[in-house]
Design a binder for this molecule. Structure first.
Ligand code: NAD
Length: 502
């Protein structure tokens, strides 16, 4: 978001949502100021008391009903996503499908993952029973981006709800209508629930900042690393825990034994789909020199026929956020200045809000196109000598979100050497479509995980309970009634338990 927009929130009272393909106004939304944010959090707190006490089975019923409501109104929802975000309707449907998978997984698995667990009390405390119980946190504030305006925040929303929390969601200013539609469908599916189990507040960054300061029990943020750092600093004031899903600069390694056509297909798609506006999209490729010529030619061949647009034949849509276009241009120019060659497209590929695919070969590793998140339909390809060089270059980046490996025989071995939150072997982005797999990054890509069992645990706090089942005479370790005899016994037993390892 630009500084102008960020300061505008103090003056403006409404936010206008615009179609990025046409510039037409879609709708206006009132901006939530600090009081409105506080009121939403207070309503959510009351709702959390009801929602958090429901059984897992009841919450599951409500969540699955929400999913069915999304299905029932999916055509309308896809139209809205197409209009407000710009992505093709088919991509919008795929996004909804993936979000539905996560709603179902979270609903179906919350009880199994979060139910009280009995653990061993250990030999010295064997007269105790020990339990771990996962408590909901209360109210979770979710702050979302615009690139996958349903799938991405839903990774926090569905899992936080399934774990028994109420959610206050601030969608991106570029996808406000979409975020509100998602929450409206939850309310529509569950009219008997109190208001505020899942509600939205609308606005720019200042509204998100107000949510961070509103006394919520956790902030689940998805967006840029720069904003993530600001949120973490602000949340530190109140020790509000944060989950940060930030940017990426994902690498693909194409080994000498890769299926070249499959690797080229994955790179072409992963780099340009959604206009390259994908946190875990393909940004950098390291290909073995024995196959690089054939691989680069194949990527170029595929992308020559791929074009952005807003019609039903378009492969991807316009750039959703106009300010990103200048960043993409800067990265292309810097790569060309630093020794790179554009084998497809170049700065001239930027045509208004649309950017045609750009393939940059052998740009210096210090160029912005290789180091920084480009978030456009561009890709850099570097020829390397062997896996060791590829792994070293792939890992030499401040980000560490997703990654991809193409190799017929060594895929898993190479994947295990990558510094990343996730790796897809012989496919692109496979990890993002498997609900049971946690998603998140290392380094500048963030902290914490959405999805899967870790994604449910993120929205709970463990409560440890130790129950003394019976007292052992003379063995009250945590009491002044402890005797010398007990201590003598312990001095004999402790070396037997802990002192025998050489
Ligand atoms: P952004 O950081 O500009 O904005 C994200 C959200 O934060 C918006 O809702 C915005 O209004 C809000 N915000 C801005 N300033 C704030 C502040 N000071 N306090 C609280 N909230 C504030 O990011 P974006 O442009 O919307 O999204 C693109 C970025 O998101 C890319 O870097 C992309 O890689 C990343 N992303 C990451 C993931 C992931 O899962 N890791 C998924 C999707 C997108």
């Amino acid at each position: 978001m630009s500084t102008t927009e960020s300061t505008a929130v103090t003056r403006e009272t409404t936010l206008t949502s615009v179609n990025p393909a046409t510039g037409e106004t879609i709708a206006s939304h009132p901006i939530a100021d600090e009081q409105a944010v506080a009121a939403a959090v207070a309503t959510a707190r009351s709702a959390a008391a009801v929602w958090g006490r429901l059984s897992y089975a009841d919450r599951k019923r409500h969540l699955l009903r929400w999913g069915s409501r999304i299905v029932a109104r999916s055509e309308e929802f896809c139209d809205l996503i197409h209009a407000e975000n710009g992505k093709p309707r088919d991509d919008a449907f795929l996004e909804l499908m993936l979000a539905l998978e996560h709603i179902k997984w979270a609903a179906n698995n919350a009880e199994k993952v979060l139910k009280p667990k009995k653990v061993s009390p250990g030999a010295l405390m064997s007269n105790f029973a020990a339990y771990i119980e996962q408590r909901p946190l209360g109210v979770v504030g979710v702050i979302g981006p615009w690139n996958y305006p349903v799938y991405t925040p839903n990774g926090s929303i569905a899992y936080a709800l399934a774990a028994g929390n109420a959610v206050v969601f601030k969608p991106s200013e570029y996808s406000t209508g979409i975020g509100n539609f998602l929450a409206a469908l939850f309310a529509e599916a569950n009219p008997e629930l109190p208001e505020g189990v899942f509600a939205t507040i609308n606005g720019y960054g200042a509204t998100g900042a107000a949510l961070v300061n509103a006394g919520v029990n956790k902030i689940a943020f998805t967006g840029s690393t720069a904003t993530g750092k600001k949120i973490m600093a602000a949340a530190a004031e109140t020790l509000t825990p944060v989950l940060l899903e930030c940017g990426g600069k994902d690498a693909v390694i194409v080994a000498a034994d890769a299926d070249i056509k499959a690797a080229a297909d994955a790179v072409a798609y992963g780099a340009t789909m959604n206009s390259g506006q994908t946190c875990a999209g393909v940004e950098r490729v390291y290909v073995d020199k024995s196959i690089s010529g054939e691989f680069i030619a194949e990527v170029k061949r595929i992308l020559t026929d791929i074009h952005p647009g807003s019609d039903s034949k378009a492969s991807y849509g316009p750039m959703t956020m106009p300010s990103q276009i200048d960043i993409v241009r800067r990265h292309i120019e810097d790569a060309l200045k630093k020794g790179g060659t554009a084998v497809l497209g170049g700065p001239e590929s930027i045509k208004g809000n649309y950017i045609e695919p750009v393939v940059l070969v052998d740009a210096d590793e210090s160029s912005e196109a290789v180091c920084e998140e480009t978030f456009g339909p561009t890709v850099t390809i570097r020829t390397v000598t062997g896996i060791d060089e590829a792994v070293e270059l792939a890992n030499s980046n401040k980000y560490g979100l997703g990654s991809t490996v193409f190799s017929r025989k060594r895929g898993l071995e190479i994947a295990r050497r990558l510094r990343a939150g996730a790796t897809s072997v012989n496919s692109v982005l496979g990890f993002a479509a498997i609900s049971a797999l946690p998603f998140g990054g290392v380094g500048d890509s963030g902290i914490g995980r959405i999805h899967g069992a870790p994604g449910l645990l993120e929205f709970t706090s463990p409560h440890s309970i130790a129950v003394q089942r019976f007292a052992v005479p003379g063995m009250a370790l945590l009491s002044y009634t402890r005797t010398d005899r007990t201590m003598n016994l312990l001095r004999k037993v402790v070396p037997l338990i802990h002192g025998r390892h050489k």
